[in-house]
Design a protein around this ligand. Structure first.
Ligand SMILES: [Zn+2]
Length: 150
């Protein structure tokens, strides 16, 4: 399943809203909804970080570049720091310790609702591995290590 790039945020938003609705329906706890929604939708904020790292100037991002062409330079870098099993495990650990296992589980569900969508929606090499920060670091975050050339 390869989706149009510029529609993917909308699909993530829809999945995050449906998941949040299920979380609210089953728990009636608005805090669980936030804990689900943040990794389910807002982890894509790291694409904004990639945008600023690439262009190195503070401006309102050009939406077409952000959604469609941010990773066109086959010799460039892709950081997507929040799309990371390792970071999510650390955050989940903190949630578990500070707020308990339900928060940790809901957070993980939100993260995986996002990552599984990304895994199947993008035409990546090593679809599961690239969401490991260590794996990306070992490949020096090079775009050509993760993306098939368009
Ligand atoms: Zn994503």
């Amino acid at each position: 399943m390869i989706l149009q790039d510029n529609m993917k945020p909308l699909y993530h938003f829809i999945v995050a809203c449906i998941g949040s609705g299920i979380v609210y329906w089953s728990s009636h706890n608005i805090l669980y909804v936030f804990v689900f929604f943040i990794p389910a939708f807002l982890i894509d904020a790291d694409h904004l970080l990639d945008y600023y790292l690439k262009f190195k100037k503070w401006e309102f991002p050009k939406i077409d570049i952000l959604l469609n062409h941010l990773y066109d330079d086959y010799n460039g870098k892709v950081w997507v720091i929040f799309h990371s099993y390792e970071l999510i495990l650390i955050v989940t650990g903190f949630l578990f310790i500070l707020l308990g296992k339900v928060f940790a589980i809901v957070f993980l569900l939100g993260f995986f609702s996002h990552i599984i969508f990304d895994i199947y929606a993008y035409d990546h090499k090593n679809k599961w591995l690239i969401y490991s920060l260590i794996y990306r670091w070992k490949h020096n975050f090079r775009i050509r290590s993760f993306y098939n050339k368009k």
